[in-house]
Design a protein around this ligand. Structure first.
Ligand code: UD1
Length: 417
């Protein structure tokens, strides 16, 4: 198994470029199965999670050509209605395929999907949404069977705001018969980006990016081309890295307008940063102050930045409260930061108190999940001595060639097989 060896304490200087958004790429890949025609995607990140979803699409009939960051795929025919349990266990994004397969084949079997171990991650919203479209759903041996001769437009109020459930209902409604109105929808930037792509293929979607999305179903979708937006989580993680060890670190090819919640915290803490149209430049400073954060749906503080931001809080003066409201299992990694010298007290599964600043020391650790794994990389880059991070498959799922990119700005990090 591969691991990272990091010799921390180095200042990082230069430009680090942001890749395409994992959370848009996955959705566009799945949405491409709505059409029989070819789709061209540009700026697709070369990461495990994307590879696994492409593999799953191939297993149901998609033909895929990949050159660098461009992916061309076409699903002229769907050849299977049963999703491979082995692959589905690896990626929660498998759930995105229910709509396209059900619409084209009238049924689909989905084993309970996997993904990051960051809480219970139920799928009740998907079940309720598809039932409202008119599908019959049965559950057998931890597997769901969706059946429908035709899906009909509907009105749905999300009892809980969910990014993927919003996207799945939106893309399914694009080809359902009649009008669908989705209320209390998620508004993350990847959602209007997906709607823009679907509209370019002939869908009729309005309101994406607000809490009410209205979709007029159409009979078919055409070929399309899309450029994936820059990954705001990656951009935010690099900006936080700059606040820890930047001398300065310039994050380029990004969308700073998607990161206002992070900058409002930087302002309160006294982080030294500058922002341009598509770049952020951050310099580490010793005098940053503690702040409280509460994760929230967009445009609130991003739950995927909570972990790297907590590493920054270990270097801030004073007491900070981190309140994770989206997932119930997303703070346990703080125990690993404590092993490195942080002083973090868990109040309950949703809240921790961070006492700073504390020096961090290298340790041998295991990456628990994608975002927490990357926060351990950040902590390793700040820490004195050597940090070893095992189970980096979890980090590769979302960050492309991260050791190379960090190495280019002066980090001492290497991958050992
Ligand atoms: C997406 C992102 C992930 C991010 C998260 C929150 C992708 C591939 N992943 O995940 O990086 O951390 O949004 O911004 O886009 N829930 C239910 N029932 C359901 C579905 C969800 O209760 O049927 C709950 C979840 O357990 C969670 C909350 O809703 O507590 C929000 O999760 P959701 O927005 O669905 O996250 P994902 O779309 O899986």
């Amino acid at each position: 198994m591969s691991k990272f060896i990091i010799n921390g304490g180095k200042k990082l200087k230069g430009e680090i470029s942001v890749h395409g958004a994992k959370n848009e790429a996955l959705k566009v890949i799945a949405a491409s199965l709505l059409s029989e025609k070819e789709i061209t995607m540009k700026n697709v990140p070369n990461i495990e999670e994307v590879d696994r979803l492409l593999e799953l699409c191939q297993s149901v009939g998609s033909k895929i050509r990949r050159q660098g960051t461009t992916v061309k795929m076409q699903t002229a025919e769907i050849t299977s209605t049963e999703l491979d349990p082995g692959l589905v266990k690896k990626i929660r994004a498998a759930i995105l395929l229910i709509g396209p397969i059900l619409l084209r084949k009238g049924e689909v079997k989905l084993p309970h999907p996997g993904g990051c171990a960051i809480g219970q991650r139920p799928i009740d919203l998907f079940i309720d949404g598809f039932a409202k479209f008119g599908a019959k759903i049965t559950e057998e041996n931890d597997s769901y069977h969706f059946k429908a001769v035709k899906l009909k437009g509907m009105n749905f109020f999300f009892p809980k705001i969910s990014v993927t459930a919003t996207e799945v209902m939106m893309m399914t409604a694009a080809l359902a018969e009649g009008k669908t109105v989705l209320k209390n929808s998620a508004a993350e930037p990847e959602i209007p980006a997906l709607a823009e792509y679907l509209n370019a293929c002939g869908a009729k979607i309005s309101g994406a990016g607000t809490s009410t999305i209205i979709i007029e179903g159409v009979k078919k979708l055409n070929a399309g081309e899309v450029e994936i937006i820059p990954d705001r989580v990656e951009a935010g993680s690099f900006a936080i890295l700059g606040a820890l060890v930047g001398n300065p670190l310039r994050v380029v090819n990004c969308r700073p307008d998607h990161l206002e919640s992070l900058f409002s915290m930087f302002d309160k803490m006294g982080v030294d940063y500058k922002v341009g149209k598509d770049w952020i430049e951050v310099t580490a400073s010793k005098n940053i102050r503690a702040v409280d954060i509460v994760t929230h749906e967009y445009p609130g503080f991003i739950t995927d930045l909570q972990q790297p931001f907590t590493v920054l809080l270990t270097q801030a003066k004073g007491v900070s409260l981190v309140h994770e409201t989206i997932f119930e299992g997303r703070l346990f990694y703080t125990d690993k930061l404590n092993q490195m010298g942080a002083k973090i007290i868990m109040c309950d599964p949703h809240r921790v108190i961070v006492n700073g600043p504390t020096p961090l020391y290298g340790r041998r650790l295991e990456s628990p999940d994608l975002r927490a794994g990357f926060s351990l990389v950040l902590a390793g880059l700040v820490a004195e001595c050597t940090t070893e991070i095992d189970n980096i498959y979890q980090i590769d799922r979302g960050y492309e060639k991260i050791e190379e990119r960090l190495g280019n700005v002066g980090a001492d990090i290497k991958r050992v097989e």
